[in-house]
Design a protein. Structure first.
Length: 331
């Protein structure tokens, strides 16, 4: 039997968006614990930029992409939670979603509820599961309760807009930051109680004013270098600094001793893939995400669509901070 073909976006070396090349590849049969999926839509994420540029080095050549949604075409031995014909969505290692079809590990692939479209499924898995573990699993000493202040950087991005809505549903008082007044308005419209334009305002001063000088219990930061130092000063005593990205560049090394005088602070660097390392954990997190989306507490905003072959422009726009909400590649 002839192996099915697939268009795919591959890099042969690290570098700029021009390294993203459209190729045609043969796709084989799934082995034990694997499936073959035919994509209907593919999600775009900042981690794709890190991997393309070499900030997160990869074995090359490599097809990029961490999330997508589609239809299961074939199922390997030992896979029991999926069947041929199932609608499915995932955020998963290894990369490889920038394509029409692929063979991949089944453990992080979840059945997609009929009420959720393929485009929404593709847009929300990595970003929605990230928001889930941040708000539910990365909590400060004593946890988070309704009425607590939290600071969320890049609040108008894909993860941020989901987190704004989810935080509101949990009763949290989310202070969002973004790089323009337009993006701040978007964060406010999606559940942030306060929004700060950190391109024109000192977010530390604003956070202290909003919280009556007390600071926030937790800072969620995917920006990195540009926001790190002031974010630590936004924390209340025993507060938690959660780093989960480096959009402005990696955080410089720092001496742990500085955390004591700042209020005996906690610092953690998180990644989604530790949280979804098992089938059980992935499904439990996805079930919570599917629930808040289907009941309307969280709406997935897809503000940009690009064809697969236009992925270079998608990366340029993402790096230039020209995007809001979620972005999908269509096939």
């Amino acid at each position: 039997m002839t192996a099915p073909l697939s268009r795919a976006i591959r890099i042969d070396q690290h570098g700029g968006p021009e390294q993203l090349k459209l190729v045609t590849v043969a796709v084989g049969e799934p082995g034990p614990g694997e499936i073959r999926i035919r994509h209907q839509a593919v999600g775009l994420n900042f981690i794709d930029v890190y991997q393309r540029s070499g900030l997160y080095p990869m074995t090359l050549p490599q097809t990029l992409g961490m999330e997508a949604a589609g239809v299961v075409e074939a199922v390997g031995a030992g896979v029991t939670h999926l069947q041929v014909g199932d609608r499915a969505a995932y955020a998963s290692q290894p990369p490889g979603s920038y394509c029409e079809r692929r063979v991949m590990p089944a453990k992080c692939v979840c059945k997609l509820p009929d009420a959720i479209s393929f485009e929404t499924g593709a847009a929300m898995m990595l970003k929605g599961l990230t928001a889930q573990y941040l708000l539910k699993r990365c909590t400060p000493q004593g946890g988070l309760q309704a009425g607590d202040f939290v600071l969320f950087h890049a609040a108008a991005g894909g993860v941020g807009l989901i987190a704004c809505q989810w935080a509101r549903a949990l009763g949290l008082r989310l202070i969002g930051t973004a790089g323009s007044d337009k993006k701040c308005a978007l964060a406010l419209a999606n559940g942030a109680e306060f929004a700060i334009n950190y391109a024109s305002e000192d977010f530390l001063v604003k956070v202290k004013a909003i919280t009556g000088g007390k600071g926030v219990k937790v800072v969620y930061d995917s920006v990195g270098k540009d926001t790190w130092d002031q974010s630590l000063d936004c924390l209340a005593p025993f507060g938690l600094m959660v780093s989960f990205g480096n959009a402005s560049g990696p955080v410089a090394p720092f001496a742990p001793g500085m955390l004591g005088p700042k209020g005996s602070l906690y610092v953690t660097r998180q990644t989604l893939f530790t949280h979804i390392a098992t089938r059980e954990s992935t499904q439990a997190m996805a079930d919570e995400l599917f629930a808040v989306v289907t009941n309307g507490q969280v709406k997935i905003l897809i503000d940009q669509h690009y064809k697969l072959e236009d992925v270079q422009q998608a990366h340029r726009d993402l790096e230039a901070r020209q995007t809001t909400g979620c972005t999908v590649l269509t096939l």
